[in-house]
Design a protein around this ligand. Structure first.
Ligand SMILES: [Fe+2]
Ligand SMILES: [Fe+2]
Length: 269
């Protein structure tokens, strides 16, 4: 029988650098945030949700791109085990996307929030009680520490918002990481500024936040972002149209980079 990560000390889990210690720490923080979320509404709820997104999405992204490929390699049933948690992650992405269109105080919003807390809790239990103890039995303390450092690096640069269309597996999620992370983190800063901003600035900040959300959605619709996806975690809300907007965003970004490079060359030449 395996001992849950929840019942092991830092030393037993491989020391402070170990991926298991880092996972457990994030899971404890998530639990506290879910407690805070209960019974909230309006700006308070929006603030707690922002903290939850910033914790959960980079955390899960780094699991999908760093840890689950290792689980699939070292465990005979790693494919099935990781697919189960990928489905949970996919449901979290879909629930959060749904939540963004639901009015404050509605019954449907309360139901979606309840389900979100339930799936996040199931995900933590599956990882701490089943997946991680089995990984621990297969790899050395040193490997747990190396995985911990890799996972932490990816977590710090990963997207921070729900992207249900993007593959839950490499290479799609890895390709999506950089553009989505830049757009998501920009949106986080704007949404954070919105909380408590003077009334005159609110409409402009809302417009910037929506534009960043639309740009991220356009990027996630690029076909390459879905490569590597298992059919059971594919987003099924209709067939997405050809992402012309993403093409325009990429062309505009390339144009800006080119103009900047020309200016630097002119200055130095
Ligand atoms: Fe986790
Ligand atoms: Fe997870």
């Amino acid at each position: 029988m395996y001992t849950s990560v929840a019942d092991q000390t830092t030393e037993q889990l491989g020391g402070p650098l170990s991926v298991l210690v880092r996972q457990k720490r994030d899971h404890v923080r998530l639990n506290a945030l879910l407690e805070q979320l209960r019974g909230t509404s309006g700006e308070t709820q929006a603030d707690v949700l922002l903290h939850i997104y910033r914790l959960v999405f980079p955390h899960a992204f780094a699991e999908e791109s760093v840890l689950w490929p290792v689980m699939r390699r070292v465990l005979p049933d790693g494919g099935e085990l990781t697919l189960e948690v990928e489905r949970e992650h996919q449901e979290v992405n879909e629930l959060v996307q749904k939540l963004e269109g639901l009015p404050d105080g509605s019954t449907e919003r309360a139901d979606v929030l309840g389900r979100l807390a339930e799936v996040l809790d199931d995900d933590v239990r599956d990882e701490e009680d089943s997946l991680f103890p089995r990984l621990q039995a297969r790899v050395s303390r040193r490997e747990l520490q190396v995985l911990g450092v890799l996972w932490e690096v990816v977590r710090r640069i990963a997207p921070t918002r729900a992207h249900p269309v993007v593959a839950r597996r490499p290479p799609g999620n890895v390709v999506a990481a950089l553009p989505l992370s830049v757009l998501d983190r920009g949106r986080d800063a704007v949404d954070h500024a919105l909380l408590g901003a003077p009334g005159s600035l609110v409409p402009a900040l809302h417009r910037i936040s929506s534009a960043l959300a639309r740009a991220a959605h356009a990027v996630e619709l690029l076909p390459m972002m879905r490569s590597g996806e298992d059919p059971s975690t594919r987003y099924v809300a209709g067939r997405p149209p050809f992402p012309w907007a993403a093409v325009l965003v990429c062309l505009a970004a390339a144009g800006l980079v080119g103009a900047g490079a020309r200016r630097v060359l002119r200055r130095n030449g």
